[in-house]
Design a protein around this ligand. Structure first.
Ligand code: F6R
Length: 241
């Protein structure tokens, strides 16, 4: 596992953006897994700038986001789909055909998860999985547990995760969803390359656990140590232990 450490969170995100853009230039039809959250905001800002400078850069990409809240319609401003529309999809002119997204309002959520994994398989699997990191070591919404799901599934969110998510719901924890659909760890580990972005002191402990040499489902990100091609982009605060 390689780690690049930068002085600031923005520099770390921009460092990841440079590496990702290089990958896209080499293989314009890459299949990406993408995260949401506060951490990747400067990454998406850098990708928007790159799309503006090279309008053809992303026309052949395929994307699959890691997760979506259950019960939040795609057109709700708090949905991850709306986040991605705002932060990347619209500015980079990604067409509906290029975008894979979980529907947290699907009538049959288990069927929706199966459909998602099938679409990923039909796309040839994930080439590059870009991941964030929860304070508790979650990746996507694979929360610490005795057992983890290999495939996309309905995930019950930890209270600490709901607390962190409250910011998308008017700072009201009571409105933060209790469930999400999440790509499973097996699909993530099936990616050819994994790039993880973690910034801020609140992530330092999870980063240390993810590099500890011990693999445990109690720190889902620690499973990444079993993957042969993982690179971390960190700021000094996240890398301090
Ligand atoms: C969201 C996702 C989550 C976040 C994590 C960190 O799509 O995959 O695992 O990456 O909750 O969120 P932030 O960046 O808001 O601290």
């Amino acid at each position: 596992m390689t780690a690049h450490v930068y002085a600031t969170a923005v520099e770390a995100a921009e460092g990841l953006a440079v590496a990702l853009i290089e990958d896209i230039r080499r293989r314009p039809d890459l299949v990406l897994a993408l995260p949401t959250g506060a951490t990747p905001l400067p990454l998406y800002a850098a990708l928007r700038r790159a799309a503006h400078e090279g309008p053809d850069l992303m026309v052949h990409l395929r994307t699959f986001n890691l997760d979506e809240f259950v019960g939040v319609p795609a057109d709700d401003t708090a949905s991850y789909r709306s986040y991605m529309n705002r932060e990347l999809f619209h500015a980079a002119h990604l067409s509906a055909r290029q975008i894979g997204f979980l529907d947290g309002c699907a009538e049959d959520l288990d069927e929706e998860c199966r459909r998602y994994d099938q679409r990923i398989a039909q796309a040839g699997g994930i080439d590059v999985a870009v991941l964030g990191l929860g304070r508790n070591g979650h990746i996507g919404f694979n929360e610490p547990a005795e057992m983890l799901h290999a495939h996309t599934h309905v995930a019950v969110l930890d209270e600490s995760t709901r607390l962190a998510n409250a910011r998308w719901f008017g700072d009201a924890v009571s409105r933060a969803p209790r469930q999400a659909l999440s790509m499973g760890v097996g699909i993530m580990l099936g990616a050819r390359r994994i790039m993880l972005l973690a910034t801020g002191a609140a992530k330092a402990q999870a980063v240390a656990q993810l590099r500890s040499g011990v693999v445990t489902t109690r720190v889902p990100a620690s499973l990444l140590q079993c993957h042969p091609d993982v690179t971390l982009w960190l700021d000094e605060d996240a890398a301090r232990f």
